[in-house]
Design a binder for this molecule. Structure first.
Ligand code: SAM
Length: 218
């Protein structure tokens, strides 16, 4: 199928979605907010004081304290694990994923051999529970993007990251335009920050809006 036809298919599907969303609102009087698990709480302004804003997520990683123990929750190819090693320079980095099919060992081959990068396979929040409390200096959360999954990863991370440590969340948005899929990250992260009174330390933009946010555990 040509690129032009594929593009037409996307626009046709988008039009059908837009019509059904409009009909839902006309029929019920409310926006279809079930799609995004309802509204996120407002993050109180005082928790944003001092938040540093960056143009790329790598700048957040470069700003993390060096020499700690980190965890990438959802690693996929391992390419970003390389970035975490190069910029955060942890003494040890754990990678958690439910599926290592796309993983390319060559990104962190030397570190895997040396034992400074360790892979664990399984469900992210269950794997996190296997570590001692307050074990990590930072967690990079980027596994399942549905609301319930992110909540479970965040709940586990609050226990497993040290007080004063950093929790960085990728894909801080409500809707993934490239997949047509709701993301629960925005609501789950906003709730976690607001409910636990956590200080937002960093925010980084992404060219397609898949932004990152980081906060300090306390
Ligand atoms: C978006 S990718 C991670 C990308 C990587 N952090 C990066 O920045 O390049 C998400 C990964 O999370 C994994 N994943 C999704 N749900 C998971 C779960 N419940 N437990 C563990 N891993 C999960 C997927 O297998 C996938 O490899």
């Amino acid at each position: 199928m040509s690129e032009e036809q594929l593009r037409k298919n996307v626009y046709a599907a988008l039009k059908a979605l837009q019509d059904s969303l409009r009909n839902y609102k006309l029929g019920t009087g409310s926006p279809p907010d079930f799609l995004v698990n309802g509204a996120a709480p407002i993050i109180p302004q005082e928790l944003l004081t001092g938040c540093r804003v960056f143009s790329r997520r790598n700048d957040i990683i470069a700003d993390l304290p060096k020499g700690g123990v980190g965890v990438e929750v959802g690693t996929q190819t391992g390419r970003f694990a390389r970035t975490l090693m190069d910029l955060a320079k942890p003494q040890k980095l754990y990678l958690l994923d439910i599926d290592y099919t796309p993983f390319r060992k060559e990104y962190v081959a030397k570190e895997l051999e040396a034992g400074t990068v360790v892979t664990r396979e399984g469900s992210s929040w269950e794997l996190l529970e296997e570590f001692e409390d307050e074990y990590f200096d930072f967690a990079y959360i980027d596994a399942g993007h549905g609301y319930e999954m992110v909540k479970k990863d965040l709940l586990a991370s609050l226990k497993k990251v040290k007080k004063g440590g950093y929790i960085v969340c990728n894909d801080f948005l409500i809707w993934s335009a490239f997949e047509g899929v709701p993301y629960g990250v925005h609501k789950a992260v906003s709730e976690t920050i607001a409910d636990n009174n956590l200080r937002v330390s960093h925010f980084a933009f992404h060219p397609y809006g898949y932004n990152d946010i980081a906060f300090v555990n306390s």
